[in-house]
Write a new protein. Sequence first.
Length: 440
Amino acid sequence: MSAEMFLNKMFRASASIAIILACAAAAHFATAGTDPKNVLTGEAAFASFNNVKAGVWRHISAKDLPKPGATPSSSNGARMVPRPDGATPVAPAGFKVNLYATGLRNPRIIRRAPNGDLFVAETVGSGEIKIFRGITADGKPQETSVFATGLRSPFGIAFYPPGPNPTHVYVGNTESVVRFAYKNGDLKATGEPETVISGIAGGGHSTRDVTFSQDGKKLFLAVGSRSNVDDPDTTPGEKMRANILQYTPDGKFMKVYGAGIRNPVGIAVNPVTGELWCSVNERDALGDNLVPDYVTSVKEGGFYGWPWFYIGGNQDPRHEGKHPELKDKVIVPDVLLQPHNASLQMTFYDGKMFPKEYDGDIFAAEHGSWNKSVRTGYEVVRIPLTKGKASGIYEDFLTGFVTESGDVWGRPVGVATGADGSLLVTDDGSRSIWRVATAK
């Protein structure tokens, strides 16, 4: 089957030196804003753990990409160590970071309910959805509760209908989407889960994020690939994967909304434009600086290249000569991030605590690399938006999860804006939730 037929079938069936950013010793938020003066570009924009610093701006573009195999592929998984005494993540000047909650088992996605409660998926081990409510004077939750348990690798969490008075909480299990009856303030599920979508392919990339369009008519479901770069033309296990799928809220499949997205771990709707966005793990084994992970708006019916192409019409050499008819159809993502840094949940900042220039900006959690000779990731990045659009630059916002020797004590996964405007970050390395607030 040709790639053109493959895509049509899916959619038919689905209806070189840059200036290192100077440390601002003067006023708070000297590096804030959507037009920073010092941005690392070209080769200098690529990062390793020893030059990732809070407040540094970067811009990776498609023209900066090396050739496949320019460096060997590496296997360099994180060596996890306990959090050093007194260690906390580091934010730019003008912010402070405190430990909001600890002792969790596997905190992953975090979402704020309309009433301000924070829902956290404990994906591995407990299979629970936990709730954290409020904040004490010393920056801790006022109340915690287990909303639901016995779920199968829960990840995505979404409230339906969108708006102030939801009637259900949707949860993305690895092979299904379920929903619980819910009203504002519920600390425990009042009934058993109802299966809305079943038969989702398991194995491989197992996270399933869910979100709704602003009008509540579309349910979006992220399903990553099973493999690194297997060809769906010849690999049955890759059929209908590496896609964002569109359903009705009741679980009727409508179509493939966006295709060729290797692993769209985090999805969210831009509150300014109504566009769907995603945070993506791209493929490995082409060298240290290929292929960039990315955060991008998703064009309805768009194709993003996996597995045959990447970042536009760059053909993956492992599929040399396949589907030349698709070369000019591959969409270049909006914001290219560090290759291999494992970009996970993303959120749009909608709080009032941070300075006004942060309004509507994206924060995305970078879990950290394993396929790069020198570690990268292990941070939260900020992507400034102007009227809902990205220019391609991003900021290293929350760093410090890696020791000077390269050992790792923390791995960011989820990001959410708290009811008070602070930023909450889940960390499945230290099994904690961190809170970033403005310094007083």
